[in-house]
Design a protein around this ligand. Structure first.
Ligand code: HEC
Ligand code: HEC
Ligand code: HEC
Ligand code: HEC
Ligand code: HEC
Length: 487
């Protein structure tokens, strides 16, 4: 080969390589098996037969206690939740129903696989579609596809749902649970089948991991956070904290010993006290005192859960003998995942810290809620900020493809915040008050979501809300300590 020919072939080879790199770079590493995932971007697989879904009230005729516990849980409200409906309405307008179907796959799986739900709105639907994450949504799950998803991780509804099967003499219902079936299990109404994952986090994982519909960024990663925690290593699963009462959850989190079989309840109680409260208002309006009572019970449990999740420590830091800083440590002592988790870009958990001298004069104040409901600019929040592909701040899950800031607290871990404080002349000691506070969302975001509800939800008529009230704040834990001005 001549020198010129050599250079030419080298250039050609380089072009080929660049070309090859070009194609690899543009191809996504996330492949969707469209043969398997027919409802993509929801990853539900539906094994259809003439066996139909059953509404929860019918299950409740024989399983009354389970029904009473579930009815009033967030799972029972997952579809009619006005905050969800507001965001779904926005999603459908922004990206269309074929994509927002992803949302419906977790908030009302039956409504998606039967094709009944055609967009935002709650009226005119069957009881099963309205019931959101109902009995059948968990007990008709016959298998999971966690390893076959585009990310090879659970999420976006990666389960197989099969209410029953056709037999020569007609359709039979088959319900899956964690125990070996007893004699006569199902009383002729359904057959019973044991599956290992009903007692494990894998059941919850399909829905408690939310990936961007196309870029697969994990916007909610509760299962992932749990899986890499001390709890997973000690066989303490979601059920062991969320399907029991408050005292049992505290015991499981502290001792890392599983609750007894008799302790399990279908509460699925979490942190969203606001929605239980709104639900109770709606039940009062509809004159259903019993339902309002169940919802207020869930409300109190959610507040108690939050008040058992974290602990605080206050330590003075001295420089050259004089007080220079206080260090506030926030410890996640009992959440089996990061604190806060899930919608970490929407939920707000923050520190309010006040330092006073002996006369009660305020030396430092940070983290106060202002009159318009917003937080002071210097507030130290423990949550995350989402951003879209253009690196700009974003709130909506169909836009978020990364976090620009992610500061939640890992299970059994902690975060420290340092506040510069110097004592005024002549003062011998300061009083430091620290509070860890929580609310579901920033005031403006809550107003935007509730302002976007579809036409068939009327906040005044259904919830007695003429305007969005100031969001209630829960104090998770508070601590006061006196520190000397000098060492
Ligand atoms: C993989 C399942 C899954 C998908 C897909 C999903 N969600 Fe959710 N969504 C959840 C879970 C689980 C929660 C509860 C998280 C929590 O409360 O911490 C939730 C909570 C919410 C909330 C908060 C409700 C409240 O009362 O505070 C809104 C709003 C919401 N989702 C809207 C959407 C929209 C819109 C989409 C589609 C763009 C969507 N979700 C897709 C599982 C999912
Ligand atoms: C979010 C998923 C989920 C939903 C919704 C759900 N369950 Fe369960 N169910 C579970 C899990 C997990 C267990 C295993 C924990 C336990 O032993 O209680 C279980 C256990 C059961 C058991 C066996 C309990 C025992 O120990 O004998 C019955 C019966 C049952 N559920 C019925 C129902 C009924 C009826 C509903 C609706 C009113 C319902 N479930 C809603 C997840 C769910
Ligand atoms: C006609 C009465 C009847 C109806 C209706 C009924 N069940 Fe059952 N089911 C039973 C009986 C009886 C058992 C066995 C005793 C027990 O666990 O409560 C059982 C057991 C179960 C179990 C436990 C399996 C295990 O692991 O031990 C699950 C899960 C279950 N049912 C779910 C459901 C769901 C979901 C519905 C509604 C789709 C439903 N059942 C409707 C009578 C019924
Ligand atoms: C079919 C999807 C699905 C499955 C399976 C599922 N969840 Fe959920 N879960 C949801 C959705 C959707 C919400 C949020 C509803 C809302 O806020 O509108 C939710 C809410 C919750 C909440 C309340 C969160 C809060 O902010 O208070 C808890 C706790 C919870 N789930 C626990 C579990 C556990 C434990 C399991 C497994 C046993 C499980 N879930 C299985 C979809 C699911
Ligand atoms: C050791 C106990 C424990 C375990 C295990 C656990 N959780 Fe939690 N969970 C909590 C506590 C405490 C809170 C309230 C503090 C918070 O919001 O994180 C909570 C809150 C939640 C919330 C509401 C978050 C919010 O701020 O809106 C969801 C959803 C949830 N858990 C789901 C799960 C799922 C799914 C699993 C399993 C993968 C799980 N949890 C395992 C203790 C636990």
């Amino acid at each position: 080969m001549t020198y010129k020919a050599k250079v030419a072939s080298l250039i050609a080879a380089m072009l080929l390589i660049t070309g090859a790199i070009g194609t690899t770079a543009s191809a996504s590493p996330f492949k969707v098996d469209l043969e398997l995932f027919k409802f993509n971007p929801s990853l539900i697989v539906y094994e259809k037969s003439s066996a139909e879904f059953t509404d929860p009230q019918t299950c409740g005729e024989c399983h009354e206690d389970k029904y009473q516990e579930w009815n009033g849980s967030l799972h029972s409200m997952a579809f009619i939740d006005p905050v969800y409906q507001g965001e779904l309405n926005k999603a459908t307008k922004a990206v269309g129903h074929s994509i927002s179907r992803q949302c419906e796959g977790c908030h009302s799986p039956a409504g998606v696989v039967t094709g009944e739900i055609k967009g935002p709105g709650v009226s005119g639907l069957s009881p099963v579609a309205r019931a959101g994450v109902s009995c059948d949504m968990c007990h008709s799950i016959s298998a999971v596809n966690h390893g076959k998803t585009p990310t090879k991780e659970p999420g976006n509804g990666s389960f197989v749902i099969k209410p029953g099967e056709d037999r020569p003499d007609g359709a039979v219902l088959i319900k899956h649970g964690p125990h070996p079936p007893a004699e006569g299990c199902g009383d002729g109404f359904h057959e019973c089948r044991q599956t290992e994952f009903h007692a494990q986090a894998d059941l919850c994982a399909s829905c408690h991991q939310v990936f961007h519909y196309d870029k697969y960024f994990p916007i909610e990663a509760t299962y992932h956070e749990w899986k890499h925690s001390l709890y997973a290593q000690n066989d303490i699963h979601c059920q062991d904290c969320h399907m029991v009462g408050t005292e049992t959850f505290v015991k499981a989190a502290d001792s890392l010993v599983k609750p007894e079989r008799k302790d399990y309840r279908h509460y699925f109680n979490g942190a969203n006290y606001l929605l239980y409260y709104l639900g109770a208002q709606a039940a009062e309006k509809a004159d259903d005192k019993e339902q309002a009572g169940r919802l207020m019970h869930q409300y109190e449990m959610a507040v108690k859960r939050l008040q058992n999740a974290a602990e605080l420590e206050i330590e003075p830091v001295y420089r050259n003998g004089a007080l220079a800083e206080v260090r506030v440590r926030v410890k996640n002592v009992r959440a089996g995942h990061n604190l806060p988790t899930s919608l970490s870009n929407i939920r707000q958990m923050w520190l309010e810290v006040i330092a006073k001298d002996e006369k009660g004069k305020i030396i430092l104040s940070t983290g106060a809620v202002k009159a318009d409901g917003s937080l002071a600019e210097d507030t130290r929040l423990f949550n995350s900020d989402g951003m879209g592909p253009n690196m700009h701040f974003a709130v909506d899950p169909w836009i978020i493809t990364a976090f620009s800031r992610h500061e939640t607290i890992p299970p059994k871990g902690y975060r420290d915040v340092h506040y510069g404080v110097t004592a005024p002349k002549g003062s011998k000691k300061l009083t430091i008050e620290a509070k860890l506070r929580y609310r579901q969302a920033d005031q403006q975001i809550a107003e935007a979501l509730l302002g976007a509800v579809p036409k068939d939800i009327d906040l005044a008529r259904d919830y007695g809300l003429s305007k969005v009230p100031t969001l209630p704040v829960v104090d998770m834990v508070a601590l006061q300590r006196e520190v000397a001005a000098a060492q």
